[in-house]
Design a protein around this ligand. Structure first.
Ligand SMILES: [Zn+2]
Length: 155
C-alpha cells in the first residue's frame, strides 16, 4: 500500500471507507444505498489513481458501517471493492465482498408484465448470475434475465 493510499483511507476518525469502486460508479452506489439519508459526513473521490484498475472511485462515510446485506449488494456493482472499517483513524477491518446468491427487496423488476407489479405481497427477488464476470439478475417470478445496469436504473 502506498503512503498516498494510506492517507486517503485514514482521513476519517470513525466510519467506513469503500475503496476500489470502479470509476464512475460511486454516485450510483450513494443513491442506491441511500447513504445521503444517513446525514453523516460523506466524502467521495472520483477517478483516483489505482494501481490495479487505472482509476477508481472511493466513498468515505463517517460514523457508519455497512450491514452484511449492504456489503453483498454492493458486490453487484463493485465486485472488487474493499470495505474498510475505521476506528480512531485506523483500519480495524478490511472486508472483501462476495456476490450474494440472491438480492431481495432492493430492485423492482424491469418487466412491466411481471407479477411483482400487480401483487404487493410479491417482494422483488433476483438470482445473481455471474457470466464470465458479467453480472446479470434473474427475476424469481417472471424468470427474465436482466443486465445489472438495467435493473439498477429501473424505478
Ligand atoms: Zn419479474
Amino acid at each position: 500500500m502506498t503512503a498516498k493510499t494510506q492517507l486517503q483511507v485514514e482521513a476519517i476518525r470513525n466510519g467506513t471507507v469503500i475503496d476500489h469502486i470502479p470509476a464512475g460508479q460511486a454516485l450510483k452506489i450513494l443513491k442506491l444505498f441511500h447513504f445521503l439519508d444517513t446525514h453523516q459526513a460523506i466524502t467521495v473521490g472520483f477517478n483516483l489513481p489505482s494501481k490495479a484498475f487505472g482509476h477508481k472511485d472511493l466513498i468515505k462515510i463517517e460514523n457508519a458501517s455497512l450491514t452484511e446485506d449492504q456489503a453483498n449488494q454492493l458486490a453487484i456493482f463493485a465486485p472488487d471493492a474493499t470495505v474498510n472499517i475505521i476506528q480512531e483513524f485506523k483500519v480495524v477491518e478490511k472486508r472483501k465482498l462476495c456476490l450474494p446468491e440472491r438480492i431481495k427487496h432492493i430492485f423492482s423488476c424491469p418487466n412491466s408484465n411481471c407479477i411483482t407489479h400487480a401483487d404487493a405481497t410479491a417482494e422483488s427477488n433476483f438470482q445473481v448470475l455471474n457470466q464470465n464476470g458479467r453480472i446479470r439478475l434473474k427475476c424469481r417470478y417472471c424468470e427474465k434475465v436482466f443486465d445489472k445496469a438495467i435493473v439498477a436504473s429501473y424505478k
